[in-house]
Design a protein around this ligand. Structure first.
Ligand code: NDP
Length: 329
């Protein structure tokens, strides 16, 4: 059946301006790192994208290497885009990245001008797009001069292959330097994508302050710690969960008794607030409007519903924030 987006979608979502740019992003964005590669049913991927958009989630986050195999998430997304979302292209923000290993040899990794430009050309082809809305350098390159990497990002925008450029996984000081170079080049950095959740609080030690001062937005990846900050693992490891999938990023032994004790205490607190732990975890990342968007992953449409439900209760009292800090230790 031809997909027709929910007419009420924009009433269901909140949009935040990314830093001091002209672009607003949904408070919740959807990432395609998992559940969009060739090993997943394309039907499920399609349902996730439709459901997200029907809820006003206008921003889909990809990277050259998402799959498996690398590249397949962009290919599958491109197919669904053509089949379902063609009339909605101008209502979508599509992001991609380069920075991790993509192909063999010295030009398929890190941050050279050669790699970034070639990789984006490949991404555009896989997705069937003329341009992406946001293109990221995925991680810092300790060997390539920052001026070269930032110059390549600036060039990409001038070529019209990306509307905005962005950084990911840059620590505070390096981010400040890169943001300065981009400003001088006349292509301001739109947003930074760090890992940020109750279990990963490093951005609180300077990075978010830099971004706010510089007028750069922030989008937190893995805000649910890959699913740990939900009720998913309260009673063991479900067969269909990420921890059971053999993922190198989330294995059963990371669910230590100490960590699960914290999850249980946070879960009890979320229940007292009348919401799910996943919802409290997302609201915590967005607290005090310091972060532009939470970038979630989902394997089921009900998980998108949970995330959107969070918007009903985003506020925290000082006592609640203190209690969360003391649980996290
Ligand atoms: P999350 O922390 O949001 O974890 C998502 C996973 O948690 C889901 O796939 C699901 O796992 C589980 N989950 C989600 N909602 C619920 C719920 N309501 N109840 C129970 N379980 C739930 O984010 P990800 O780690 O998936 O990362 C999100 C995105 O961030 C990626 O897709 C990617 O776009 C980006 N990213 C960027 C990186 C970078 O270096 N820039 C690195 C990593 C990610 P399950 O399969 O068990 O159902």
């Amino acid at each position: 059946m031809v997909y027709q987006a929910d007419a009420e979608r924009y009433q269901k979502m909140t949009y935040h301006r990314s830093g001091r740019s002209g672009l607003k992003l949904p408070a919740i964005s959807l990432g395609l790192w998992h559940n969009f590669g060739d090993s997943t049913r394309v039907d499920n991927s399609r349902q996730l994208l439709r459901h997200a958009f029907d809820n006003g989630i206008t921003h889909f986050d990809l990277a050259n290497n998402y799959g498996p195999p690398p590249g397949s998430a962009e290919e599958n997304f491109g197919r669904i885009l053509r089949e379902d979302f063609a009339p909605y292209r101008d209502e979508l923000i599509i992001s991609s990245k380069a920075g991790y290993t993509m192909w063999d040899g010295p030009y398929g990794d890190w941050g050279s001008r050669k790699y970034l430009i070639a990789s984006l050309n490949q991404s555009l082809k896989r997705m069937g797009l003329d341009y992406v809305d946001i293109f990221y350098h995925h991680r810092p390159d300790p060997e390539t001069p920052l001026e070269e990497t930032m110059g390549a990002l600036d060039h990409i925008v001038r070529q019209g292959k990306a509307l905005y450029i962005a950084l990911s996984n840059y620590p505070a000081e390096l981010a400040a330097e890169a943001i300065g170079i981009l400003k001088q080049l006349g292509t301001p950095c739109l947003i930074h994508q760090p890992k940020y959740s109750m279990f990963e609080r490093a951005p609180d030690n300077g990075l978010l302050d830099v971004l706010i001062k510089e007028g750069v937005g922030s989008i937190a990846f893995s805000p649910l710690a890959g699913g740990v900050l939900t009720d998913r693992y309260l009673n063991g490891i479900p067969e269909d969960s990420r921890a059971a999938s053999g993922s190198q990023f989330l294995s059963g032994d990371q669910l230590t008794p100490e960590k699960m004790e914290k999850v249980r205490q946070l879960n009890a607190m979320a229940q007292e607030r009348g919401q799910k732990l996943s919802q409290m975890a997302l609201a915590w990342v967005l607290r005090e409007n310091r972060v532009t968007s939470v970038l979630i992953g989902a394997s089921k449409t009900s998980q998108i519903d949970d995330a959107v439900g969070m918007l009903q209760k985003r506020d925290f009292s000082q006592a609640e924030l203190q209690k969360i800090s003391s649980i996290l230790g």
